[in-house]
Design a protein around this ligand. Structure first.
Ligand SMILES: NC(=O)C1=CN([C@@H]2O[C@H](COP(=O)(O)OP(=O)(O)OC[C@H]3O[C@@H](n4cnc5c(N)ncnc54)[C@H](OP(=O)(O)O)[C@@H]3O)[C@@H](O)[C@H]2O)C=CC1
Ligand SMILES: CC(=O)[C@@H](O)[C@H](O)COP(=O)(O)O
Ligand SMILES: [Mn+2]
Length: 381
């Protein structure tokens, strides 16, 4: 019986994690749930899974939970609630599925507490990969990737040493505007940007897929998870999202992991690793699928991916700035304050103003994150 806590339980990954867990009640006990504003869903989850610890986005929402939750449940709120649940709920395993760099402190807290981590929150690795990986190594904690591409790479590696890898090939769908040229992106709408061709996901990552920032974040995530330099992490366009990523080994063998796009598969694998168990996902029928397509990445069409490689190669605080500026720009786009193309201009603008700091500690990361957010909020590109 694994005791698990889920940070971001009301989101796309959080709800699918609970779906996976609910099918294996003999293997998992949910001890902690944390979310932001969706208190109705959080309360439903509290009644269904009976965790001992719960956290909501603020005190007013926490009070609502206190009024309606079963007696004995400890109800917390805000950032302190997230870190408290990560540290003290008694979880053996913490699923980090918050969105954005707000996930960093609680991911670090869960690692410090010695829990294994199911990591969906890629932004915590992008903003502070060296701190997260160093702490995991020191505490002897496993970080199991939930992101589909990194789960695929992890499965292809299957324990083989990193020295046997030639390169990683991360696949990219092309996002919701993949049928449009750059000149056609002026004036595209939020509603259309939110229509991912293959996956149903939260709003922020869906916009990140359309700008190719998602792949930029994933290249940096792969660098930290698998310890490879950026010139050995390639991205390939693959419109069907059936091959979730590949590993080319030194002997030229290429291993790929395939499956229908269904996040319950990588979530479940991260939870049950090293075991494989029956999944509710629909098995892949390659004969029905027919053809799979692969194309080289077009960096002129997707300049945000190039910015990610540049930030990753610069190292230090550059990736913190890339991720934080993007978060603010995406939020502004979703509020319809700026155009789709302004997202990439803001990231580029804030990165250009940033004087990088190497080997930053947590305080420096948090200061840089706040600086990049304020610059991106004020940017009038
Ligand atoms: N969705 C997917 O299929 C995939 C997602 N990922 C990654 O997983 C992570 C989560 O993505 P996704 O599930 O799509 O995101 P969602 O937006 O669907 O969910 C985000 C979750 O975080 C909570 N949250 C947000 N801000 C706060 C805050 N300040 N305090 C407490 N809780 C907060 C939300 O709570 P509430 O809604 O209650 O406010 C919600 O539970 C991201 O890093 C994403 O890149 C990776 C691969 C696939
Ligand atoms: C499901 C998942 O892992 C997402 O990160 C997905 O990969 C997004 O698709 P693209 O970024 O390839 O459009
Ligand atoms: Mn992914």
């Amino acid at each position: 019986m694994k005791k698990i806590a889920i940070l971001g339980s009301t989101g796309s990954i959080g709800t699918q994690t609970l779906d996976v867990v609910s099918r294996m009640p003999e293997h998992f006990e949910v001890v902690g749930l944390a979310a932001g504003n969706n208190v109705d869903l959080l309360l439903e989850q509290v009644h269904a899974f009976k965790p001992q610890w719960v956290s909501a986005g603020n005190e007013a929402l926490a009070d609502r939970i206190r009024a309606e939750a079963p007696q004995g449940v400890r109800v917390l709120s805000g950032e302190a609630g997230l870190t408290e649940i990560a540290s003290h709920a008694g979880a053996d395993y913490v699923v980090c599925s918050l969105i954005g760099s707000v996930g960093l402190k609680s991911t670090l807290a869960a690692i410090e507490a010695g829990s294994d981590i199911g990591l969906a929150n890629k932004e915590s690795l992008v903003t502070a990969g060296h701190l997260v990986m160093d702490k995991a190594k020191r505490r002897g904690v496993s970080i199991l990737p939930i992101d589909s591409e990194h789960s695929a790479i992890f499965q292809c590696l299957n324990g083989e040493d990193v020295s046997t890898i030639n390169r990683l090939i991360v696949t990219a769908s092309g996002g919701s505007f993949r049928h449009l040229g750059r000149e056609e992106l002026t004036g595209v709408t939020v509603e259309d940007a939110l229509k991912h061709p293959n996956w149903s996901m939260g709003a922020k990552i869906t916009i990140d897929s359309a700008t190719m920032v998602n792949k930029g974040l994933e290249v940096i995530e792969a660098h930290w998870l698998f310890g490879l330099p950026y010139d050995r992490i390639d991205v390939m366009l693959h419109p069907e999202s059936i091959v979730h990523s590949m590993v080319e080994f030194v002997d030229t063998s290429v291993m790929a992991q395939l499956g229908n796009p269904d996040m319950r598969v990588p979530i479940q694998y991260a939870l049950t690793y090293p075991k494989r168990v029956v999944s509710p996902a629909t098995p892949l029928d390659l004969l029905k699928q027919g053809t799979l397509h692969f194309k080289p990445m077009d960096f002129d069409r997707y300049p945000c991916l190039l910015l990610a490689y540049e930030a990753g190669r610069s190292g230090g605080t550059a990736t913190t700035v890339y991720s934080a500026a993007n978060e603010v720009a995406v939020a502004r786009f979703l509020r319809k304050e700026i155009s789709f193309l302004a997202i990439e201009r803001i990231i580029e603008d804030v990165l250009a103003k940033h004087a990088g700091i190497s080997d930053p500690d947590l305080e420096t990361i948090l200061e840089t994150d706040a600086w990049a957010r304020s610059e991106a909020s004020a940017s009038e590109v």
